[in-house]
Structure formats: structure tokens, C-alpha cells
Unconditional design. Structure first.
Length: 276
């Protein structure tokens, strides 16, 4: 059975059993009808995914693999902050009339910074260090730029990646300040697992572990019945991830570079409401 399903189920059960409600506070998120979207949350969730063992995608229900990877490429490869460069409409609620989400996400990764070796943006600096100084303990990115927060339409949720080479394996820590567990937990795990695989391949390494650290892991009030149904569903074996091994440049990866083989999941037709 899928290790990822087990981790997700345990995370949800932990939040529901031991979490804290925010109903005593005024909250920013709202449901479509204007009702405050309250949550039960757990502080400091840490999950480990062994990318050597399996690809960590849920089988309890379908995770839209193509859309998740497309968003990852939009942020990390295109370094875009415009929804017109994205194939899905998941960011439309935060975009202005031009399609911009402000100085957020991909915009931050594309900013040039000075180093003694020259100027690099954050993505290219990671690539440089993995290829030229893999023993470094300074290989990281951070898009939570306080100077630009007032010009971001949404503050970054998944904001920092730390890469670490151990032997021939590339490991990484994803730091996330906040996460809607039902809507985004596996979505983010899938995305950043793909990123580790991409960075590993172009650096001549093997993908190792992804450690996911969530400061505020929460389940929205209207999501609880959905979660309770979902975690009782049948688990399936994890699919196999196939990547085009001929690619040796980060910027040559496309959606077609990644395929899931034998991805089985439960039909789950429940529409998940999203708090904005």
C-alpha cells in the first residue's frame, strides 16, 4: 500500500484529534458565501518522504499530477507571476486584470543576486552550487521577501527549499508557513518531489528524501466531513514515476518529461470548496 496515503491519514487524524480551533479569533479567509472559514490546526507537522522508495502521490483520491507539475514549472522554470503563463485557473482569484499576482512566487525566484562568482537568480544559484559545490550547506531558496510583501496578492505558503547532498543522493526540506491539508497537502508534496527529481537528474545525483515542514497544518470547518470520508477509503499501491533521462538542463523539462505508470486511485466526486 502507499506510504503517502498512510502519512496523509495519520496527519489528518492527528489534526482532528489533537488540533486547536481558531473560532475565538477573527480570521481572514472566507467561503464563497462570505462566511468566515475557520480551521482546526496542528502546529509543527513534519513528514518524510523517501523518493527512492516510491513517488509520493495519494491514491485515496486523484491528485491532478499534470496541473501540479505545470504550476511547479510556472514558478520555478518560467519564474512567472502571471496566470496567463499557467495552463490551469487555480490562481485566478488572486490575479489582477493583467493576470499578475504581484511580486510573488516566480517573480521572487527570478530576481538577480550578486555572488563572488557573478550574478544569479535563486534557481540558477541552486543549480550552480549542486554542480560546483555539492558539499555546501548553503544551497537554499527563500521567496518570503519582506520588502515585497505589500506588493504580493498572496503571501507565499510554501516559501523555502533547502537542498543537501549526502553521498550521491539529493535531499531537500520544504518549509511551509501554512497549509490547507485537504486542498494542498499532497499537491505540494507531488510538486516538490518532482523538483528534487529534476535537480538531482541535472546534477548527476539520485533523488533521496523530501522532508515537509508545515508550521500551521489546518483543516477547514467545511472540509471535515470530506476528510473523514476520504481517510476511510481504500489505499492502492504507489505508481511509478518515469522521467525523460535524456534531459540534462533544468530548462528543458516539460510536462511531457514526466509520466506516472499504473496510477490507481479511488473515484472521489466530492467538490472541495476553497476558502479565499
Amino acid at each position: 500500500m502507499s506510504t503517502t496515503d498512510k502519512i496523509f491519514i495519520q496527519t489528518c487524524k492527528d489534526i482532528l484529534a489533537n488540533g486547536v480551533w481558531d473560532t475565538e479569533y477573527t480570521v481572514r479567509p472566507r467561503w464563497e458565501d462570505g462566511t468566515p472559514a475557520h480551521t482546526i490546526k496542528k502546529f509543527g507537522i513534519v513528514n518524510r518522504y523517501n523518493l527512492q522508495e516510491s513517488f509520493p502521490i495519494l491514491t485515496l483520491r486523484k491528485t491532478n499530477f499534470s496541473a501540479a507539475v505545470d504550476e511547479l514549472l510556472w514558478i520555478w522554470q518560467k519564474k512567472s507571476n502571471n496566470v496567463n503563463d499557467l495552463n490551469s485557473h487555480i490562481w485566478d482569484s488572486w490575479a489582477d486584470e493583467t493576470g499578475s499576482i504581484g511580486k510573488a512566487y516566480g517573480y521572487q525566484l527570478g530576481i538577480m543576486h550578486k555572488y563572488k562568482e557573478g550574478e544569479y537568480d535563486q534557481v540558477d544559484r541552486v543549480i550552480y552550487d549542486l554542480k560546483n559545490n555539492p558539499a555546501s550547506r548553503r544551497i537554499m531558496t527563500n521567496i518570503y521577501n519582506f520588502q515585497d510583501l505589500h506588493e504580493m496578492h498572496l503571501y507565499p505558503c510554501a516559501y523555502s527549499m533547502t537542498f543537501n547532498v549526502s553521498g550521491n543522493k539529493l535531499n531537500a526540506i520544504l518549509n511551509q508557513r501554512s497549509q490547507d491539508v485537504l486542498a494542498a497537502n499532497n499537491w505540494n508534496v507531488v510538486q516538490y518531489s518532482i523538483l528534487v527529481h529534476m535537480m538531482a537528474q541535472i546534477s548527476g545525483l539520485q533523488a533521496g528524501e523530501l522532508i515537509h515542514v508545515i508550521a500551521d497544518a489546518h483543516i477547514y470547518d467545511r472540509h471535515i466531513p470530506i476528510i473523514e470520508e476520504l481517510i476511510e477509503m481504500e489505499e492502492h499501491d504507489a505508481p511509478i514515476l518515469e522521467i525523460d533521462k535524456s534531459i540534462d538542463s533544468f530548462y528543458d523539462f516539460t510536462l511531457d518529461s514526466f509520466k506516472l505508470i499504473n496510477y490507481e486511485y479511488n473515484p472521489f466526486k466530492v467538490k472541495v470548496p476553497i476558502a479565499i
